[in-house]
Design a protein around this ligand. Structure first.
Ligand code: DX5
Ligand code: ZN
Length: 217
């Protein structure tokens, strides 16, 4: 599949969500951060808003569920027409069952690990996933600094994926910008979430294209 850019609308104008998505035509997906104020100390939006966006978005939706009890809620996002559903390993009661359920619904099944969660916790189930998200900040807020300490985990994940011949995308999320995207790409990431870097710019689509070029280099 190659390099993909998935801007996060967390720092976009949330009163004009579909219009904000239309400003980034060069992106591959739009990344939507769902936070419940329990799994992370912040509250954003939930199923009704994602359902509404799915009707009007010019890009497929990549939803990132930073919520407790994803076993209960994640399938509803697939049902709403979301193309890729990411749940956190730390919050899931039965991650393998949940990944299989999402795939059976026709969504891409994706699982996220917080920076301190070891890759070993997910290693045995990589074949059940379409994407692994390695968080490069502690989840909860946009605008944080990229954590270089996650780079060895990205490298190791890329080795495992290559050795096993898996079609697994490796996504990074948090602090991705023109300054950090090359490091993440060099370590082996191929799907890049960028929130503030894209939506704080005058021309968000130009940043999407720049990040893609830098990641390819
Ligand atoms: C953080 C979210 C990210 C966030 C990224 O918990 O998962 O998707 O929007 O924002 P930046 O790119 O500003 O770190
Ligand atoms: Zn996210």
């Amino acid at each position: 599949m190659g390099i993909q850019i998935t801007p996060s609308v967390l720092n976009a104008d949330l009163s004009r969500l579909a219009d904000e998505v239309a400003r980034i035509p060069s992106a591959d997906w739009v990344h939507v951060d769902v936070m419940d104020n329990h799994f992370v100390p912040n509250l954003t939006l939930g199923l009704p808003v994602v359902e509404a966006l799915a009707q009007h978005s010019t890009l497929p939706i990549d939803v990132h569920l930073m919520i407790e009890d994803p076993d209960r809620w994640a399938p509803a996002y697939a049902e709403a027409g979301v193309g890729s559903v990411t749940f956190h390993l730390e919050a899931a009661a039965a991650p393998v069952r949940l990944a299989r359920e999402l795939r059976a619904q026709g969504a891409r099944a994706s699982m996220a690990l917080k920076p301190a969660t070891p890759l070993e916790a997910a290693e045995g189930m990589l074949g059940e996933l379409d994407m692994l998200l390695l968080m490069t900040v502690e989840p909860g807020f946009g605008g944080q600094k990229f954590l270089d300490l996650v780079l060895p985990k990205i490298r190791r994940a890329r080795e495992l994926v290559s050795a096993a011949g898996l079609e697994l995308w490796l996504q990074v999320d948090g602090g991705v910008s023109a300054e950090t995207v090359e490091r993440a790409a060099e370590a082996g990431a191929d799907v890049f979430v960028a929130g503030s870097a894209v939506y704080s710019a005058e021309d968000p689509d130009a940043v999407v294209r720049e990040l893609r070029d830098l990641a390819h280099a």
